[in-house]
Design a protein around this ligand. Structure first.
Ligand SMILES: *Cc1c(COP(=O)(O)O)cnc(C)c1O
Length: 304
């Protein structure tokens, strides 16, 4: 049995009214570890367990680390998560809560990641947060579910960090005969590495991440994500942190589910940038979720 669950698909009255079209929500915020990431990471971990791996290693202090920890607990395989000193106590406690061991190393993700790679031996599998075909095939199941539910849509709105979610959705659309359906790829200002690459016409690395949406904080998207943006209909949208946090607060009132600004970015397209949806009648938004933001943190961001 898969490690992810089949999530609800809801027609949202508040988001439909806000955006002037029919909006459907794929509620992956309800996955047990709090985000869509368990779809791909669960599939990758099951694959490696089947190949005899005895340990999983991750270098994400965010939702990928939480998902690997969750998968390891479910599969009875020990997990080591290497995180930088900047990772919050809250995020570390979420990883430990799943029974994984947390190692703090270095000032940034780069250094934590290097140490994680040193910890990988023949018995261990390294689980990348976004750049792995096993992940994309797993993420694609959310489109299988939406199609199986019989809901038709003419665009998919999702957020982009390193582009694993987008690569998975593109694969899901392709394998369901929907390759022409546009993807609205949303990033926050200060984390818009896909938009920067598309604009430059080549894979581009941002000098730094300055958005509060840390789950979108890949300085460079994967080669695959960039290829997808060049070879199928993808529309890049950038929203500011204020819009992303505002969308989280409105969504909490509207649907009583708390999500990170990384997810709020996609919701903000319906709430405040509906002009970007002008060509579409029935939009599917991937509510990717995220477990690392609290209500207090959202309120503090909003007050700034
Ligand atoms: C990881 C993550 C993203 C971005 O996914 P990528 O595959 O890196 O593009 C968006 N939202 C949340 C909540 C995430 O955890």
């Amino acid at each position: 049995m898969a490690l992810h669950i089949e999530t609800p698909l809801l027609e949202s009255r508040p988001l439909s009214l806000a955006s002037g079209r029919s909006v459907w929500l794929k509620m992956d915020a309800l996955q047990p570890p709090g985000s869509f990431k368990i779809r791909g990471i669960g599939a990758a971990c099951e694959h490696h367990a089947g190949n005899g791996k005895k340990r999983f290693v991750s270098s994400s202090g965010g939702n990928a680390g939480i998902a690997v920890a969750y998968a390891g607990r479910r599969l009875s395989i020990p997990v080591s998560v290497f995180v930088p000193e900047t990772t919050s106590e809250w995020a570390k406690s979420l990883i430990r809560q799943e029974g994984a061991e947390v190692f703090v190393h270095g000032a940034s993700w780069q250094e934590a990641n290097e140490r994680a790679l040193q910890a990988v031996d023949a018995e261990a599998a390294f689980i990348h947060p976004f750049d792995d075909p096993l992940l994309w095939t797993g993420h694609a199941t959310m489109i299988d579910e939406a199609v199986r539910a019989g809901v038709s849509f003419d665009a998919v709105v999702l957020s982009v960090g390193g582009g694993g979610l987008m690569a998975g959705v593109a694969e899901g659309l392709e394998r369901n005969g929907l390759r022409d359906i546009p993807i609205i790829a949303v990033e926050t200002e200060g984390a818009a590495s896909l938009a920067a690459s598309v604009e430059a016409g080549k894979l581009t690395e941002l000098p730094a991440i300055t958005s509060i949406a840390t789950s979108l904080g890949a300085r460079k998207v994967s080669q695959r994500a960039f290829e997808i943006a060049r070879t199928r209909p993808v529309d890049c949208v950038t929203v500011d942190d204020r819009a992303a946090v505002g969308a989280c607060m409105r969504f909490l009132d509207d649907h009583r589910v708390l999500v990170e600004p990384a997810c709020g970015a996609a919701l903000a397209v319906a709430y405040t940038h509906a002009d970007r949806l002008a060509r579409y009648e029935r939009v599917l938004i991937v509510v990717c979720g995220g477990a690392t933001a609290s209500i207090g943190q959202l309120q503090a961001w909003q007050a700034r």
